[in-house]
Design a protein around this ligand. Structure first.
Ligand code: 13P
Length: 429
């Protein structure tokens, strides 16, 4: 769907254009505004809108805008023509009017029609698609073409590619400032986590198109893991309020793993994930069982501190059944305002395997684990320190070292998701 609006005014109409841009600034700022040179300069200065300026009209600016219309990137053209003065570049003006006819692009040549066109544009949903081209094993070009084809008839889509050199949180912030109706994360759990962090404590919904290796967030919320159905879920528009957490200030939607999980994630690097897909985590986990080094942890909640010897601590906000180490309760509640903490106190590889099997069974049958070496608790806030310091993984990526302070923000995130799923506290009522 085209995402630019073109603004052009002859000299006798420039004051009208500036007043129009000021009045419709909220709508225009949701679009990429393009304008001929002098018109653009005045709009930028007097309506404080960001404008991509072409050449001045008589020097070819109208022709440049015609080219954009032909390319298909223009949603509407507002061209305030002065009917009382002849223009030296009349052929360019006529060409632009003709090109708009040819390509069926809304064209307003006076203020009354311009208002009608902008009022109509205001009804379209504007969305930002944050697309991670290196996530998962799919073909990014084909995936993006399919997503655009499915969503664009209903959503004005601005595509932003993730790039290790650009701060994604800042890009989400910019999209929010422009006024977006939804932000869609198309990538793995890492991408989803950063976008969710930017949307935490706002009312702008998060759409998820799972394109990663594990897609744990989508599975936990019952969001389909194939592209077509994930897009259909976004278009259906039903939203859920879920909890979001902050781990040492960083947003966390899934879980923090200390010890076992952090080492496993480190072993399942991108190469292994590219070769084996989700099996990479299982292989890395198996390699890890024998090498678990127990550590001392001090766990503080409600101003009370407890000491434990453990090989794995998992603090989960949301997790699918396959996140075995988070399954002390057999299912992780993602909308109860609490973190689900699972601590394994196994001391030998064999005990670890027994405890893992118990957690796996708990997740399968949705009941709490009663294994002696599993401690489980629910809390709003937790602080964990360890001796020696341990690696911490947050939402599938290595985050840093202990100590960590994790806090749950109750129902702090709006997600486009099917209404009822596993892990949903309503499902228990
Ligand atoms: O002449 C124009 C359109 O035909 C407008 O050009 P400027 O915005 O550069 O004045």
């Amino acid at each position: 769907m085209p995402t630019s609006v073109a603004l052009i005014a002859h000299d006798g109409k420039k004051d009208d254009m500036v007043a129009f841009a000021q009045r419709f600034k909220a709508i225009l700022s949701r679009y990429h505004v393009i304008a001929t040179g002098t018109t653009g300069q005045r709009i930028q200065a007097e309506a404080a809108l960001t404008v991509e300026r072409m050449q001045s009209g008589p020097l070819g600016g109208d022709a440049q805008i015609s080219a954009r219309v032909v390319e298909g990137s223009v949603a509407a053209v507002v061209f305030l023509i002065d009917p009382l003065y002849a223009q030296p570049h009349e052929p360019d003006i006529q060409a632009l009017l003709r090109i708009c006819e040819v390509h069926n692009v809304p064209l307003a040549t006076n203020l009354a029609t311009a208002e009608a066109v902008l009022t109509q544009l205001n009804k379209a949903r504007v969305g930002h698609l944050i697309f991670n081209p290196v996530a998962g094993q799919g073909n990014p070009d084909n995936d993006l073409a399919l997503i655009s084809r499915l969503l664009e008839p209903q959503i004005q889509l601005n595509v932003i590619y993730t790039d290790p050199d650009r701060d994604l949180t800042q890009q989400v912030q910019m999209a929010l400032e422009q006024g977006t109706d939804l932000i869609i994360a198309a990538g793995g759990d890492g991408t989803v986590s950063v976008v969710a962090g930017g949307l935490a404590e706002t009312t702008t919904p998060l759409g998820v198109i799972p394109r990663g290796t594990a897609n744990a967030f989508a599975v936990a919320l019952g969001i389909p893991t194939n592209l077509q159905d994930a897009c259909a879920t976004i278009l259906a528009g039903s939203t859920r309020l879920i909890d979001v957490a902050r781990c040492n200030g960083k947003a966390m939607v899934l879980l923090a793993g200390i010890g076992f999980e952090a080492n496993m994630v480190e072993r399942a690097n991108r190469d292994l994930k590219a070769r084996l897909g989700p099996l990479a985590y299982i292989l890395a986990g198996m390699q890890q069982v024998g090498g678990v080094e127990p550590f001392q942890a001090s766990v503080e909640m409600d101003n009370k501190s407890t000491e434990v010897t453990t090989g794995a601590i998992t603090v989960a906000n949301a997790a699918p059944p396959t996140s075995v180490l988070a399954q002390g309760f057999g299912q992780v509640m993602f909308d109860d305002g609490l973190l689900d903490v699972t601590i394994s106190t196994s001391k030998s590889p064999l005990q670890s395997i027994n405890a893992l099997t118990s957690l796996f069974t708990s997740a399968l049958v949705n009941t709490p684990s009663d294994h002696d070496e599993i401690t489980r608790l629910r809390t709003r806030r937790i602080r964990i320190d360890t001796d020696p310091p341990q690696k911490v993984v947050v939402d599938g990526d290595i985050f840093g070292m202990t100590p960590v302070d994790i806090e749950c923000i109750s129902q702090g995130l709006t997600v486009l998701a099917p209404l009822s799923t596993i892990g949903d506290s309503l499902a228990d009522d």
